[in-house]
Design a protein around this ligand. Structure first.
Ligand code: SF4
Length: 359
């Protein structure tokens, strides 16, 4: 239940929702996956955009979304595509388990639902890679069901609007309830998108534009002058730094040695140059024991740094040159440099190759 201390009255919620929708009708963002006013949204596009958008920005996602849609224009096309093609189209977005789930979800929608996304939040939640946020977004935006999609933007708006003192993530159920209490019966889809737009363009983490905000009059944090201090957050502990070595073997005809990571686990199924284990106590001085081929390995100055969700990583990069007739070690393959762009290389590997190939 919403705490009695911050529970808004039904009239307040209705007035706030109406003000927000009026603002949305004037200022809605034009996005490639968003249906124009009066147009029926395509659930496949809504789902695809929401999965690609997780943990990243609209600007970064736009080209990926457009490329994805051109390559896989329907859920059936995506379901039939080989996993490699999906991973390749996803390369660079990070969070690769999401790409695997995306593919599995498309297959399940085709196999169990005849290629039509279910409209119900519960049925959506049963699909791979669809959590509470995405289920709410699809139900509301694609099917106009009374549902909420609470992401970081929406959490910010709601915690400020009601000055929610409880820190996140503990406050998540409360935020969800507060948002749900505002959803108007007649326009749930627009309301969900309006909250997203407000969080992305007006109620920003730093310096929110409260004077332009349709919720400025009921907003408690604005009244108290504390907007930027919300949402409250529990102190978080960063993962421990891991280290390792990456080996870029170059053949004299311009081929680079690559291999494919095991299908399960971190960066599963993605391409990589041979690497050592990544451990907090990895000894870079002894890295050459992990080299994939005997050769004259030279270390590049500096380290490649990358931050995964659960830990930061530092990689020492080694390079060595090999004759054209050098055989690839078990599990490896020689790839021409000009074909590297077509490989499913995650960002960390792109950084490694950039360092190795820099003159
Ligand atoms: S008034 Fe300011 S703090 Fe409150 S919701 Fe609007 S932009 Fe955010």
């Amino acid at each position: 239940m919403v705490s009695a201390l911050i529970a808004p009255s039904k009239t307040d919620s209705t007035a706030s929702a109406a003000a927000l929708l009026a603002w949305y009708d004037r200022h809605r963002r034009t996005l490639p996956w968003r249906a124009a006013p009066g147009e029926t949204p395509d659930p496949y596009r809504v789902w695809l955009s929401e999965i690609i958008l997780q943990q990243t920005t609209v600007a970064a996602v736009r080209p990926y979304y457009e490329r994805f849609l051109a390559r896989f224009p329907t859920v059936e096309a995506l379901a039939q595509a080989p996993q490699e093609a999906v991973m390749q189209a996803w390369a660079g977005l990070g969070y690769y388990s999401r790409a695997r789930n995306l593919h599995a979800c498309a297959r399940m929608v085709v196999a169990l639902h005849g290629g039509r996304f279910p409209a119900d939040e519960k049925a959506l939640l049963a699909l791979p890679g669809i959590g509470a946020y995405t289920a709410g977004a699809i139900a509301a935006i694609a099917f106009n069901k009374v549902a909420v999609a609470v992401d970081g933007n929406v959490e910010r708006v709601i915690t400020r609007l009601h000055a929610v003192e409880e820190p996140l993530p503990g406050a998540k159920p409360l935020v969800r309830e507060l948002a749900l209490a505002m959803v108007p019966q007649d326009r749930p889809g627009d309301f969900a998108q309006a909250l997203m737009d407000l969080g992305a363009t007006i109620c920003t983490p730093k310096k929110p534009a409260c004077v332009l905000c349709p919720l400025s009059s009921p907003c408690r944090a604005r009244a108290e002058g504390t907007a930027e201090t919300f949402p409250r957050k529990e102190a978080k502990t960063a993962g421990r730094l891991r280290r390792g070595a990456a080996f870029v073997a170059l053949r004299t005809d311009g081929h680079v040695l690559l291999r494919t990571r095991p299908p399960k686990g971190l960066l599963g199924g993605m391409a990589e140059v041979p690497v050592s284990e990544w451990r907090h106590d990895y000894e870079i001085r002894e890295a050459l024991r992990d080299a994939p081929l005997p050769g004259v390995w030279r270390r590049k100055p500096g380290m490649v740094r990358h931050v995964f969700t659960h830990f930061p990583l530092e990689l020492a990069v080694f390079t060595a040159s090999f004759a054209v007739d050098t055989e690839a070690p078990a599990g490896g393959r020689w790839v021409p440099r000009h074909s590297l762009a077509g490989e499913a290389l995650p960002n960390v590997m792109r950084k490694v190759l950039e360092k190795a190939l820099e003159s």
